[in-house]
Design a protein around this ligand. Structure first.
Ligand code: SF4
Length: 720
């Protein structure tokens, strides 16, 4: 028998927002290898442990055992699901959705989607909810990831557009990393920071983080701030910059508004008091401010430590204030640069796939924007009522207000905070659809209908990484079993639903005339014309040549760095200082719950481990979940490494082995986010073993961005 030829296909890594390029090797319908794409500008051939083992998690016999390969349906809760055809599955889903919409109105249904979806998938989900059904109840796990960054950019710079790019790391004189363990969460970008430091030993790294992470270990100046004190730190730094004449009055006068109000506020943030509040040395605060202001180019990198907070928007805005006050923006090596958690949270934002956004960075609250999108889609209107954001959506379902949920490419029964409420919501819904590649996620157990989806190595479309660079995602092998591309399943469902909601079609035969992802991309591209993220100059053919930054209007080159001319996408062209207040944590520690629990990533795992959990070698670094406590806290409680403890918050309790670690401060605790309950298979089994850390976390969220405070929960620790 002749062996199938080895093929190679360029694509991207599906894990984090660095967006590394990969070359996938395959033989027949099996992915046999992966290596970094030397021509991809995000990684130039490098891959981290997760990316370099992708092939071992895809289309191998073991991996295929975890895949969902056929649609499955159950007609009653508790029943073992049975395989059905796609036609039966989607017809049933359309009937159930139409019936619920008919009885309770369009806001009785909701879509909870994912920053792992491709831009084309995202686009059709958004159009399905807001265009065809007429509800804005479409939100995404990006709400748990980047919505504070979105709100922070819009508040200050006027648009959700990270101004920097990865090359800025090579030009920076100071890199200020706040609330990001870049070494673990964005490893290839961290390699680039290490390289920059090797080339330029005068490059100074400041890290502000409550945990002494691997990133903090690399810093020239480490600020071990108390959880939640970031706004006070940034206001304190601005106070020092003002006092020591390190601001840029010419830049402030020419390109900004609102500085006087902020100046009055930060005058109260005396370095000594700020340092005491933050739990750091006054000299360290002063030094950080001096380095920031004196450097020719300061680049800030930040992630979930700022975003996953009940003050997420204020934290983002207060950091951006520092850049505006010093003119550290719009130049090589300078600017505020949010690192995206997921591979395509950016693409989702671009198509408006959040409950408060519309296509191409339009705002739902703006009647003109709603009318523009309705015109583009050919529908009579886009509803004005804001949709429910992630936490709100599950709380509404738990109250019985949302009756049907469609969940795609995400695992809320593990990843959402306050798991007891989330699971109550999933049980209370009349109809739950889960569109998934893996049959092993906790959410599958709550599905009335499971739809098998394609995944990495099989999908075709585009993603946008942290630096606004759009890459093609290409399939190396065919979909296994009956798995379908997410956009295909949505389009087939939408066409069935159209027959039941003809009044929404506005006389058109269909709102979903797509046979290829490129057709969807072309419609999305046209929707960006004249917007801040205009990509009318890009096409699939252009992206075949190389990944490209947005914006790229027709006839122009892609723009790698924004605001170089000092003009911002605000009505008067000026950036806005945000006069934001410092607010304490939503749930401060107290006598009953005396520990600050924070969550985060490990080096070798990704989210809920549906993919990385398939590989034994990725458990070599950390083999099991544990709660890390400061050695003195261990001693005071008479704990040794490995002793089991009850970790209890106001919402739940889990049991974990304790582990002494000098990385966490006194009265702080750290648990990795990756572990949930033991895997259950197929729908119909709803075990209530809440073992993941989100049994404890708070659903409190930022009032502007609605991003929940996953980075802080008050807990107590008792020996089991
Ligand atoms: Fe994948 Fe991120 Fe690692 Fe790059 S850094 S290989 S995108 S997980």
């Amino acid at each position: 028998m002749t062996q199938a030829a080895v093929r190679e296909m360029r694509s991207t890594c599906p894990y984090c927002g660095v967006g590394c390029g990969v070359i996938i090797e395959s033989q027949g319908e099996q992915i046999t290898g992966v290596r970094g794409d030397p021509d991809h500008p995000a990684n130039f051939g490098r891959l981290c442990t997760k990316g370099s083992t992708l092939h071992l998690t895809a289309s191998t016999p073991v991996a295929l055992q975890t895949r969902l390969l056929q649609p499955q349906r159950r007609t009653q809760r508790g029943e073992v699901p049975h395989a059905v055809s796609w036609d039966t599955a989607l017809t049933d889903a359309a009937d159930r959705f139409a019936d619920i919409i008919d009885r309770h109105g369009p806001d009785a249904v909701g879509f909870y989607i994912s920053g792992q979806l491709l831009t084309e998938d995202y686009y059709v989900f958004n159009k399905l909810a807001k265009g065809l059904i007429g509800t804005n109840n479409v939100d995404t796990n990006s709400r748990l990831c980047m919505s504070s960054a979105v709100a922070g950019y819009k508040l200050t710079l006027g648009a959700d557009a990270p101004p920097c790019n990865y090359e800025d790391i090579d030009h920076a004189e100071v890199i200020f990393i706040a609330g990001s363990n870049t070494a673990y969460a964005h490893p290839i970008l961290f390699r680039r920071i290490e390289d920059a430091k090797r080339v330029n030993p005068r490059l100074r790294i400041i890290v502000a983080d409550p945990r002494r992470t691997e990133t903090a270990e690399f810093a020239d100046l480490y600020l071990p701030i108390q959880p939640g004190t970031d706004v006070a730190l940034f206001h304190g730094m601005l106070h020092v910059l003002l006092w020591d004449h390190l601001i840029d009055p010419a830049y402030i006068a020419a390109h900004t508004t609102g500085f006087d109000a902020l100046k009055r506020r930060v005058m109260d943030f005396h370095p000594k008091e700020v340092a005491r509040l933050c739990g750091i040395e006054t000299a360290a605060l002063m030094e950080a401010a001096h380095w920031f202001g004196q450097s020719k180019a300061t680049l800030s990198l930040y992630c979930q430590g700022l975003n996953q907070s009940s003050s997420g928007t204020a934290k983002n805005a207060a950091l951006i204030n520092l850049h505006l006050a010093t003119g550290q923006i719009g130049r090589p090596g300078a600017g505020p640069f949010s690192l995206t958690g997921q591979p395509n949270a950016m693409g989702g934002r671009e198509v408006g796939g959040l409950a408060n956004l519309l296509s191409a960075h339009r705002d739902l609250a703006n009647p003109e924007h709603r009318a523009e999108v309705a015109r583009l889609w050919g529908v009579t209107d886009v509803p004005a009522t804001p949709g429910k954001t992630a936490v709100e959506m599950f709380e509404a379902a738990a109250r019985g207000e949302i009756k049907a949920l469609w969940i795609a490419c995400t695992n809320p029964a593990q990843s959402m905070p306050d798991q007891a409420t989330v699971r109550r919501a999933l049980q209370r819904c009349e109809f739950v659809v889960v569109q998934e590649a893996f049959a092993t996620t906790a959410t599958c157990a709550y599905a009335d209908l499971l739809l098998p989806a394609t995944t990495w190595g099989e999908k075709d479309g585009t993603v946008t990484n942290s630096e606004r660079r759009i890459s093609r995602v290409r399939p190396a092998v065919a979909a296994p079993g009956e798995a379908r591309h997410d956009w295909c399943a949505v389009v087939d469902f939408a066409r069935r639903l159209e027959a039941r909601l003809p009044e929404r079609l506005n006389g058109r035969p269909t709102l979903f005339p797509y046979d290829t992802p490129e057709a969807i991309w072309n419609e999305h591209r046209e929707s960006t014309r004249g917007r801040d993220l205009d990509i009318t100059g890009l096409s699939y053919a252009e992206l075949e040549r190389a990944p490209q930054h947005w914006p790229c209007p027709e006839g122009q080159a892609p723009r790698a760095r924004l605001y170089e001319d000092g003009r911002f996408p605000t009505p008067d062209g000026r950036a806005r200082f945000a006069d934001v207040a410092y607010a304490p944590l939503a749930e401060p520690r107290d006598a009953r719950y005396p520990f600050s629990l924070t969550t985060g990533r490990l080096r070798d795992h990704w989210h809920g481990m549906s993919r990385t959990g398939l590989l034994g070698r990725l458990f070599g670094h950390v083999s099991e979940p544990a709660v890390q406590l400061h050695p003195q806290d261990m001693e005071r409680r008479g704990l040794k490494d490995g002793d089991l403890v009850h970790l209890t918050s106001r919402r739940g309790s889990i049991v974990l082995p304790a582990q002494g670690s000098a990385q966490v401060g006194l009265a702080q605790a750290f648990v990795a986010m990756h572990w949930g309950e033991e895997f259950v298979s197929g729908c119909g089994s709803t075990g209530e073993r809440l073992t993941g850390v989100n049994a404890l976390t708070t659903p409190a969220f930022c009032p502007s961005s609605k991003q929940p405070e996953l980075k802080h929960t008050a807990v107590k620790v008792l020996k089991a």
